[in-house]
Design a protein around this ligand. Structure first.
Ligand code: GLY
Length: 398
């Protein structure tokens, strides 16, 4: 009897060790992704100069740099902060601080809604992680400048100051509300949150089609507040579903729900997720083509890793709010695809960007099948959210 009991105990112990080894194997992709990302970020931080962040790769192979007034300027400093967060590497923190503070004159920049991307991804992450008060003046003035773009008649924040539109609002603008919701609490400005809620409601009403896909640009009449044009800027056609636009919407409404607990926003995020996850033009790797209305059509159909990264980050949060594991599993599939050699750059290649294969503006022949700094930023954010949801400490995952 004793012998049987001891045999049983040995079997249980062996199966426990086996399960642990299996769990370790299952995390290999995440370990590799972390190490590759940190390696690339450290090289990039040593190569590029604060004030000029790497943005993408030009046709001739040179790296396109973003000056602080470029809408993408906050993503590289933000990625450095995430690099520090997942590794604890002090050199990365020091670089992140330099690249962030080099942009502090952005506090006087008022010409775009992208202040959220530019200031919150850089200064916001810096403050979240370090609580260093040096980041606060830019966050304070920047959020106020963003709020001042809100128009009460329209019920939305004006996105762009260029173009032929009277009052353009783009779906991307949902992303910049994150900054205002945070600033509302931090600087005791309830009007910032009120404007963000109204912007989300106005966008829901006018940007979305019955199938829950989104237009890119809506222009409003500032006298009546009515939507007067429904167009695209970066999509295939006015009526198509530009992939990154769908991703911005998914992430944006999930975040709006997180900030407000308003079930209308949660339902809308779920509707967008359904559109994305059930779309027939998405391949097995779950990385969308740059517009959902195209499918494997040769040269016109490169995939967009940036949209995939944003979708993954959004779905991980949505899974948490709905307790629906399908969202988490879809995000995991995306992250595993992005962490495969098809998308994850080899060490010291790709201008030290982390991911390959994104699309900026296809029909303008701009940034096609290139790395993009925002693909890297949201990939890192998704990895951080993924690890947190699974109780994995990325710092000690080696
Ligand atoms: N916000 C511009 C873009 O997504 O390309």
């Amino acid at each position: 009897m004793k012998k049987i009991a001891s045999l049983l105990m040995s079997c249980i112990a062996l199966s426990f060790i086996g399960n642990q080894a299996q769990a370790q194997d299952d995390l290999n992709w995440l370990k590799d992704a972390k190490h590759r990302a940190v390696h690339q970020l450290k090289k990039a931080a040593d190569t590029y100069i604060p004030g000029f962040s790497p943005r993408s790769i030009n046709h001739d192979g040179s790296v396109r740099l973003a000056h602080q007034e470029d809408w993408t300027s906050g993503f590289f400093p933000g990625s450095l902060w995430y690099g520090y967060e997942i590794s604890g590497d002090k050199a990365l923190a020091s670089s992140a601080r330099k690249f962030t503070l080099a942009m502090d004159s952005l506090q006087d920049f008022t010409h775009t809604h992208d202040l959220g991307f530019m200031i919150y991804c850089s200064f916001g992450n810096g403050y979240r992680i370090t609580r260093d008060k040096a980041f606060l003046p830019t966050l304070k003035k920047g959020s106020d400048n963003l709020y001042k773009r809100y128009n009460k008649t329209v019920g939305a924040i004006r996105s762009w100051d260029f173009g032929h539109w009277e009052f353009p609002v783009i779906i991307d603008n949902m992303m910049n509300l994150d900054f205002l919701f945070w600033a509302s609490k931090t600087f005791n400005k309830p009007e910032y949150a009120d404007a963000s809620v109204q912007h989300s409601l106005t966008t829901l009403k006018n940007h979305y089609r019955p199938d829950n896909s989104s237009y890119h640009v809506i222009s409003y009449d500032t006298l009546s507040g009515r939507a007067i044009q429904k167009e695209t800027h970066q999509g295939l056609t006015h009526e198509s579903a530009w992939a990154r636009g769908q991703a911005w919407g998914l992430y944006g409404y999930t975040m709006a729900y997180k900030e407000t607990n308003n079930p209308v926003f949660l339902k809308h995020a779920i509707d967008i997720a359904k559109y994305i996850m059930e779309h027939p033009n998405v391949d097995e790797d779950k990385i969308p083509y740059w517009d959902y209305d195209i499918h494997n059509g040769g040269e016109r159909a490169p995939k967009d890793a940036s949209a995939a990264s944003v979708i993954a980050a959004g779905l991980i949060d949505l899974a948490q709010f709905t307790e629906n594991n399908a969202y988490f599993e879809y995000a995991e599939d995306i992250l595993q695809s992005l962490s495969s050699p098809e998308y994850l750059a080899g060490e010291d290649t790709n201008g030290y960007f982390i991911l390959k294969h994104s699309v900026g503006a296809f029909l303008y022949n701009s940034e096609i099948d290139t790395p993009l700094n925002y693909a890297d930023y949201y990939y890192l954010e998704a990895l951080v959210r993924y690890a947190k949801a699974k109780n994995i400490d990325l710092k000690t995952l080696n």
